[in-house]
Design a protein around this ligand. Sequence first.
Ligand code: ADP
Length: 159
Amino acid sequence: MRRAIYPGSFDPVTHGHLDVIERAGKLFDEVIVAVAHNDQKQSFFTLEERLALLRNSLDGRNRVQVEPLDGLLVDFAVQRKATAVVRGLRAISDFEFEFQMALMNRKLEASVETIFLMPKEEYTYLSSRIVKEIARLGGNISNFVPSHVVDAFARKQKQ
Ligand code: ADP
């Protein structure tokens, strides 16, 4: 059983994340999408909303689980018997941080490998941050996120 963890904030899930999950699904028997609960990083959607939006996007895929992530990623990986951490790599700008994280995680836990997957070219410029910015300014985000995420923004903005 080859299991991978795909960690992130997913605030909210985008087509870029879903593309990475799809690719990881071809390499692993099970993928656990681990949604970081981070008190230091203020999120737009709550943890529960981010989990629900992801689960909704992955409906019907029984080899992909969505779970909250609290604490150290490598501890979670060992506890869930995962052999790899998957991260998406979009551009050079992602590289430095990802490289540092991967090597630090290896120092903390040598049994867990980090692997990087590149999304479809059209998603390389896509990030949750940019989607939030466009939504805040009233732009159309329907090409970047699933339709229920568009609806979630509309509901949130009415609150
Ligand atoms: P974080 O807050 O940890 O950056 P994100 O939820 O933004 O988490 O992203 C989680 C992972 O998905 C990261 O590895 C990030 O590089 C990757 N990712 C985000 N957007 C895309 C995208 N458009 N294409 C490929 N990978 C992506």
